[in-house]
Design a protein around this ligand. Structure first.
Ligand SMILES: [Fe+2]
Ligand SMILES: [Fe+2]
Length: 183
């Protein structure tokens, strides 16, 4: 099941790359389209982790959390999930700021204003990319691995179905735009 979330990380990286390319080309329409897609897809990914992954891991029976034999201690799990949650808040806050900057630019043809807005948006996107990279490493190298350690087979397959379902819940305007390869 971790491969579903890791594949989603890769696809998010791809959208981020397209967004930076559009910003570098100074293309406001394409930049806005890619930013909107990144914002929606990251929101869906984060919602899947909040609604499915975190409760499943935190709800694992205490017997699974003795802190020995490769299993994490409860405090370790809580602390890592606390870091991930605050990263998620940062991503959503910063991308909302970038979306608002782009919206405020709509209808403005002044080349200087457009250039300055794209520069500001680029700087926000770069800060998101940097923090997202270490965030995804923490998930892929540690937290996603706890699924196999903490959940039994029934728990893992329920989580797998729940995550797949949530990842398919993209807003309607993106259906057909975003390649969905979660199946
Ligand atoms: Fe995350
Ligand atoms: Fe993630």
């Amino acid at each position: 099941m971790r491969d579903v979330l890791e594949r989603d990380h890769e696809e998010l990286d791809g959208v981020l790359g397209e967004l930076l390319l559009a910003l570098d080309h100074g293309d406001p329409d394409e930049s806005f389209a890619q930013l909107d897609l990144l914002w929606a897809r990251l929101a869906v990914h984060i919602r899947a982790e909040h609604l499915c992954l975190f409760p499943a891991i935190l709800g694992a029976p205490q017997a699974f959390l003795p802190g020995s034999g490769g299993t994490p201690r409860l405090e370790e799990v809580q602390s890592a999930i606390g870091v991930l949650r605050s990263d998620h808040d940062f991503f959503m806050h910063e991308l909302a700021k970038a979306v608002n900057l782009m919206r405020a630019m709509e209808g403005i043809s002044d080349a200087g204003v457009v250039k300055e807005t794209l520069r500001e948006v680029r700087s926000i996107v770069l800060s998101v990319r940097t923090r997202l990279s270490s965030h995804n490493q923490l998930e892929e190298n540690q937290v996603y691995g706890w699924i196999d350690v903490l959940l039994d087979e029934t728990g893992r397959s329920a989580l797998d179905a729940h995550v797949r379902h949530e990842l398919e819940n993209l807003p309607l305007r993106f259906i057909g735009v975003a390649k969905n390869s979660h199946n």
